[in-house]
Write a protein that binds this ligand. Sequence first.
Ligand code: SF4
Ligand code: SF4
Length: 188
Amino acid sequence: MAYIPVKRPKFSILDRIYVVELVRGLGITLKHLVLSLLGKSRSKKDFNGAGIGACMPFPEQRWDDHLPSYYRGAPALVRGEDGRERCVSCQLCEFICPARAIRVVPGSVAPGSSCSKQEKAPAEFEIDMLRCIYCGMCQEVCPEQAIFLSQQYLITPTDRKQAVRNKEQLYRLGGIRKGLIHKWNQFK
Ligand code: SF4
Ligand code: SF4
């Protein structure tokens, strides 16, 4: 594999004088403050918000129709077109998860099932939504394209137990995905 050397950017004197960038940043904050007060904030234009800052009167108004396609919400498991569980319980997602939110208990595949060539299928699969930081690493690492970050952002458990989502809940959220899915990079 060829390595592409990346040149380090050279900082100008203005870049080196930290105060200049600091003032520039404050200027941007000030600009948004003025736009908000004038009712011309981005939330009003893009998200049909109230126009005051990035606020909207929730729950009467919701973000649902205004979420960008790249929004990453709660992780979910998906099934193949034939209803087959895509997950082969390799536990890579559990290993990579920086928040240790995933727990997979591998199980065997029922004889005679459409996925009997698989070695394993998850007997249990849990994601603790109090731990998940929506980083998407589980999605990135999964060799079977079995786990994805959905657009669900409303996560309101009433106790800690309820925040741990089991396999059935995760499949219900993920549903069926058709074909090969190009995740972040469409040229993969
Ligand atoms: S979701 Fe993907 S990475 Fe996680 S155990 Fe299943 S197959 Fe492996
Ligand atoms: S999105 Fe990140 S933190 Fe959440 S379950 Fe996946 S790897 Fe873990």
